[in-house]
Each structure stands twice: as C-alpha cells, then as structure tokens.
Design a protein around this ligand. Structure first.
Ligand SMILES: [Zn+2]
Ligand SMILES: [Zn+2]
Length: 322
C-alpha cells in the first residue's frame, strides 16, 4: 500500500484505543457516528420481542475491536430484545442509521475514549454529542494523528538501532481497523530480527526498551470538556475498583456520571456506583461492552441494560442541560 493510499485509508480511521484486550487498535471513523432518532420505534419494535424496554449503551463493532459489523450488531441487538442501543466505537453512521431505522431500533450517538489518570488508563464514554461538531471532529482527528505519529516514531527509533523496517511493512501487517505495537512486532519478526512476540517486546517494544515511545493520553478532564462542549455527556466506563479519591476527583473535574451496570462489576461495585450517582446527582448508565467473536460475551447482550423509562429520564436530563 502506498503512502498516499494509506493516508486516504486513515481518513476512515481515527483514534487508537487500548481496549480491555490490551490490543491496540485504531478505530474506524468516517463521520463520527450515530444517529439520534426519535423514540417512536421503541414502541413499534417491542412487539417483535419477548424482552423489551432494554437499553444497552455500550456496544462495540468492527469499527473498533468488535467482531461484528454495525449491521450484524444491530441484528443481534434486536434478537437480544434491546430496543435502544449505543454503538460506542464509531463509524459510518448514515448507513447504520438507515439500517437501524429499517429494523426499528434506536441507535444513540456514542463513543469510548481512552484517557490516563494516575498512570492508569481510564475509559470515558460520551453520549448525545453533536457528531458534526467541528471542534469535536478536529480533536478526534488530532488523537488519530498522534497515534499514527507514535507508530512512525517507533519505526525511526528501531531504524536507529539497525532494525530496518518501514511504515509500509507495519501497515502490511494490519487490517483496516487496527495499527499498533502488535503490527510493528509482526513486521520485526517477519524481517527476521526476532523469533517471538515475547522477544520483540522484551528487546524493542516494551515499556522499558530503548525504542519505546510513550503514548500521548488525554487527561480525563479534557475528554469531559470535549464531549460536553459538543453537547454530550461524559460517563466513566466500567470504573470497577478505582479508589474513592479518584471517583471524587472525576466528579470534581466535571464528569457527568458512571457506568454502574457492566459485566465486570461485582454486585458490591454496582451498589457502590448507584450510591455515588445518587449522592452526587449524577447519571448512571448500563451496557454489556459487547465485542463478540472470541470474547465469549454473546450472552451479555441484552442482559446489561437500563429500562426505557430510566433511559428517557437521562435523555430528558441531557435535553435540559442543552
Ligand atoms: Zn472500555
Ligand atoms: Zn468498551
């Protein structure tokens, strides 16, 4: 693939995230997403399904590191009895919107960003933002560029050490939705400079290796502000076992809420975050964080949800914030 084609290719991509798999990916991006439809389909759809009134606000597709395409995810969501979902990677929305319309499911604008706080990675969900907001689009584009620059810096440093791989070698190891250290590693192995991923990471790509390039993470408050300025709300994804001090810190920095119901949360954690949102008058969300494929999380879809009533209260609240 030539450099020019690659640049065009990047036009459809953005944002390297480091999702739970510890797999680096660049999210596919066309027009930041989604669609924000009226609720009329919620009612028409409910007759198709035994379960109903279920809203899953955290789902991935092939636009990030999910296994299924947005259309496949929508089909699965319908069979799982969901009537409103948010696809939190992002992608090609006009098509998704048309398709969602056809099968009678509502798709809420969403995204999952990566930030860093106290040397730990924090995922931040954004909902209801204007996906055509220029400043928002520009920032996302800048994150994408900085991820790409990081790969280039890795290559320069490796070349200085006599590991002669090129950008094209790395690109050849990636598919359309991902580019990161695993692809650099594969290029190094294929050129015969190392025998295994373990060796590559130990010698060249690990955090303590001489060619390591630090990732530029967002500060959480920057992500909150970015989402808010585009008219959306920011939610800490799967906060799990973060400390109370950190929770208070996020609240002080302006986060709008926490993901309360997530497959990784224990019942104690769910209880804790419900209390936090009540105490500080914040927004609590729920989602399966469905990825599909090898994750064995098929049974989560349809089982981590808000009711439509709970969701509509959030929608109303967001509306009043605007
Ligand atoms: Zn996440
Ligand atoms: Zn996620």
């Amino acid at each position: 693939m030539t450099w020019q084609i690659w640049q065009g290719h990047l036009g459809r991509q953005f944002l390297e995230l480091y999702i739970h798999s510890q797999k680096e990916v660049i999210l596919n991006w066309k027009e930041l997403v989604s669609l924000f439809r009226t609720t009329k389909h919620s009612e028409t759809f409910s007759s198709n399904s035994i379960k109903k009134n279920r809203v899953d606000l955290h789902i991935h597709t092939t636009a990030s590191d999910g296994f299924y395409s947005p259309q496949e995810v929508i089909k699965k969501a319908v069979s799982a009895g969901l009537n409103i979902i948010s696809i939190t990677d992002h992608d090609t929305i006009d098509e998704v919107k048309l398709y969602a319309d056809k099968v009678g499911i509502e798709v809420v604008t969403g995204i999952e960003l990566s930030a860093e706080f106290d040397n730990r990675e924090v995922h931040i969900l954004g909902y209801f933002f204007d996906h055509k907001d220029k400043e928002f689009l520009l920032s996302i584009d800048n994150f994408r560029k900085s991820r790409f620059e990081r790969v280039k810096k890795f290559i320069t440093k490796l070349n200085e050490q006599g590991i002669m791989i090129t950008l094209n070698d790395v690109i050849a190891k990636s598919n359309s939705s991902s580019l990161g250290r695993p692809h650099i590693a594969q290029a190094i192995i294929d050129k015969g400079y190392a025998k295994s991923f373990y060796e590559v990471f130990a010698k060249y790509l690990g955090n303590n290796s001489p060619s390591f390039v630090k990732k530029d993470f967002l500060a959480p408050e920057t992500a909150f502000e970015l989402i808010n300025r585009a008219g959306g709300i920011s939610i800490i994804a799967h906060p799990g076992a973060i400390s109370e001090v950190t929770v208070r810190n996020f609240i002080k920095s302006g986060v709008n809420g926490f993901e309360v119901n997530h497959p990784s949360h224990s019942s104690l954690q769910k209880k804790y975050y419900s209390e936090v949102i009540t105490k500080y008058n914040l927004i609590g969300t729920a989602g399966s964080d469905f990825h599909g494929g090898k994750r064995s999380d098929e049974s989560n879809l349809g089982n981590f949800y808000l009711t439509t009533t709970q969701f509509n209260l959030i929608r109303e609240r967001v509306h009043n914030l605007k």
